[in-house]
Design a protein around this ligand. Sequence first.
Ligand code: GDP
Ligand code: MG
Length: 429
Amino acid sequence: MEPGPVQIVSITEDHKFILDEKKLKEILYHHKAREKKVALVSIAGDFRKGKSFLLDFFLRYLRAKDAKDWMGKENEPLRGFDWRGGAARHTTGMIMWSEPFLMSMPDGEEVAVLLMDTQGTFDSNSTVFVNAFIFALTLLVSSVTVYNIMHNLQEDNLQHLSFFAEYGVLAIDAYQTSPFQQLTFLIRDWQFEYETPYGFAGGETVLSERLIIRPNQHHDLELVRSRLRQCFRKVNCFLMPHPGLKVTNRRDFDGKLEDIEQDFKDQLDKFVPDLFRSDNVNFVKEINGEQITSTQLFEYFRTYCAIFASGDLPSPKAMLEATAEANNLAAKAVSKEFYIRAMEQHCGGDRPYIHPSQLEALHNEVRRQSLEKFRVARKMGGEQLSQTYQQDLDNEISELYGNYKKHNDSKNVFAFSRTPTTFISCMVI
Ligand code: GDP
Ligand code: MG
C-alpha cells in the first residue's frame, strides 16, 4: 500500500478522544520500526496556518535522505499530508504518516522517525477546549514539537504552555528529569525582518524578549516564563518569511516551488535540516531519561488517550501518575515481546514438535529472562506499582505458555498420524 496520512486520533462532537489503536499499532509496530528507538516530530498550532503544507516539506527532506536538492523539482505539486487553501473541512484530531523513516544516528544506530500532524477545530464553541487537548497529547508523546504560530509570539501562546510548566515542575521534583524534550516555536509570516532577521538567531531574540519577567505582567505566566527552559530540554524559535502571494491568494496553487518566494525557500532550507539533525540529543523520544522504542511509545499513547477520554483535562498530578503507569506498561510490553520472540524461535508455527519437558525448560528460562528484563528496566511510580505490573506480566506469560503448549501438542498429533505413512514408505524401499 502507498504510504499516506492516517488519522489515529479523532475527537467527537462532545469532546471525546477516540484513539484508533489498530491503526496506531500498524504504524508503531511497522516492520521498519520494530525494536528501534523512536523519534516523533509533530506540528501543533491553530487551524489554517500552513502546518500540513510545511509537513510535506519534512516528508521531502526525509525521503531525500538529506541530499542537497531535497526540496525537489520546481514544477512538482506538493503532496502528502492534506493541506488546503479552500474551504474543505478537515477532520479534527491527529494524523500520522503511515510509514516510519529510518535515520542513522552518529553512533550508527538506526532510529525510526515518525511525523504527526494535528488538526484543531475551527468552530469557536469547542476550539479552546479541543485544541488544548490536542496540544497536550502532542507534547506528551512527541520528542520534537513544532509550535506553529502566525505573525508573532503572543501571551496566549505562552498561556497554552502553563499547564506543561506545572506538570514539568512536578516531574522534575519527582524524577529529577525534565519530561519534555524539544519545543520549537515557528513564527510564520514574520514581518519585521528589518529589525530582527529570519531564522533561529532572530527567533532567539524574540523568544528571550518574551520570556523576560516584568512587574506589570500577568502573574499566571510567571511560572511558564521562569520554567519553560527547564521543563523543555530545548526551546528554540525560528522566524519564517511570508511564502508569497501566490501561496496565499491563488486558488489553483498546488504547492509548486516555482510559485513560492525565494526568501521562504531559503529559510526552509535552514529550518528543515536543522529539525532532523542526527546529532540532536533531544531527537529520540525519552521518558524518565530513557530513550524509548516505538513499541513503548504505543503504550504511552494508549495511556494518555485513556486518561483524556474522560473529557476533562487531567491535573498535572494525575498526568504524572498516568506517565508512571504508562512507563510500567511500556516496560511490560517490551518484556512480553521478548518472551514471544524467543518462544516463536523455538516453538512457533513453523517449528517442529518438541518434547513437553524440553518446552517447559525453554519456557522457564525465557520467562526468567523476560521477568529479569522487566525488573532491571528503569521504572517510575515506585516499587509497589511495578510489582503489580510484574505480576500482570507473569500472568500473561503463563497464558502464552499455555497456548504454546497446546500448539506444540497439536503438532505432535499431526506427526503421529503421519508416522504409519512414513513407516510404509520405508518398508517399500
Ligand atoms: P493547517 O490547517 O495549519 O494545516 O494549514 P494548511 O497547511 O492546510 O495551509 C492552509 C493555507 O495556508 C494554504 O492555502 C497554504 O497555501 C497557506 N500557507 C502555507 N504556508 C503558509 C505561510 O507560511 N504563511 C501563510 N500566510 N500561508 C501559508
Ligand atoms: Mg492541516
